[in-house]
Ligand binder design. Structure first.
Ligand SMILES: Cc1cc2nc3c(=O)[nH]c(=O)nc-3n(C[C@H](O)[C@H](O)[C@H](O)COP(=O)(O)O)c2cc1C
Length: 213
C-alpha cells in the first residue's frame, strides 16, 4: 500500500471531526447572523449526493413563537428555542432534480447525452418504490446534515442533530411539499459553555468487519 499523502488541512479537519459534539448548552441571548446561516447551508450543499442530485432542502426557523411551536413538535426539547436557530433538513423522495442535474453532467463534458440519459433512467428507476424514495431522501440529506454540523463546529457554534420530533407535524409546520420529507432537525447557535464528556464509543475492533460481517 502506498504511503498516505496528508493534505495541508488534515490536522484541522481531523481535529474538527474528533472534537465535534452534539451540544445542548446554548447562549440564549446570542443569535446566529444571517451570513453565517447562509455559510452553514452552503457547506451543507457541498456534501456528496447520489449522482449529484442534491435532493435536499433546508428550512430555517428563527422566529421565537415558531421556535416554541417546534419545541412542542420535538416533544419539549427546550434547547431548540435556546439555540435560537432550528434547521429542518428535508429530503426529496422523488428524483425531481434529475433533468437539470444530468444536463449539467453533459454540459460539463463529463458524459455524452446517451450516457446521461442512461444514468437518468437508472436513477429514476431507483426511486420507484416508496421505500427506495425514502431511503434516498434519508441517505443524502443525512450527509448534508453532517456537513452542516461540522461546519457549525468549525465556526465555534454549538449544534445538535435531532430525530426526536413528530415527523408529520414537522412536515406540516414547515409546509413541505408531498415529495419532500423531514429527515433531521438541527438546533444551532452560539455556545453557552462546556458540554459534558462524550459518551463512550463502541471500539473499532467491535465495529470493523474485514471482508464480511
Ligand atoms: C439520528 C440522530 C437522532 C438524534 N436525536 C436527538 C434528539 O432528538 N435530541 C437530542 O438532544 N439529541 C439527539 N441526537 C444526538 C445524540 O444524542 C448524540 O449524537 C449522541 O449522544 C452522541 O453524542 P455526540 O454527538 O456529542 O458525540 C441524535 C443524533 C442522531 C444521529
Amino acid at each position: 500500500m502506498s504511503e498516505t499523502q496528508l493534505l495541508p488541512e488534515t490536522d484541522a479537519l481531523i481535529d474538527g471531526l474528533r472534537s465535534r459534539r452534539s451540544g445542548h448548552n446554548f447562549d440564549a441571548d446570542a443569535d446566529l447572523d444571517e451570513e453565517t446561516l447562509e455559510e452553514l447551508v452552503r457547506d451543507a450543499t457541498l456534501a456528496p449526493s447520489s449522482y449529484n442530485l442534491q435532493p435536499w432542502e433546508f428550512v430555517t426557523v428563527q422566529d421565537d413563537d415558531r421556535l416554541d411551536e417546534l419545541v412542542d413538535i420535538a416533544f419539549g426539547q427546550e434547547h431548540i428555542a435556546e439555540a435560537g436557530t432550528a434547521i429542518l433538513v428535508a429530503g426529496h423522495t422523488d428524483p425531481k432534480t434529475a433533468d437539470r442535474v444530468f444536463e449539467e453532467w453533459v454540459e460539463a463534458g463529463r458524459v455524452d447525452e446517451e450516457t446521461a440519459q442512461g444514468m437518468k433512467e437508472q436513477t429514476v428507476a431507483g426511486y420507484e418504490s416508496d421505500r427506495a424514495g425514502r431511503d434516498y431522501a434519508v441517505r443524502n440529506a443525512s450527509l448534508a446534515a453532517q456537513n452542516l454540523l461540522l461546519s457549525a463546529h468549525a465556526r465555534g457554534l454549538t449544534a445538535t442533530p435531532m430525530t426526536g420530533f413528530d415527523f408529520e407535524a414537522a412536515a406540516e409546520f414547515a409546509d413541505l411539499p408531498e415529495d419532500t420529507i423531514p429527515v433531521v432537525l438541527l438546533a444551532v447557535g452560539p455556545s453557552g459553555g462546556d458540554e459534558p464528556e462524550r459518551l463512550p464509543r463502541r471500539s473499532v475492533d467491535e465495529v470493523l468487519h474485514r471482508e464480511s460481517f
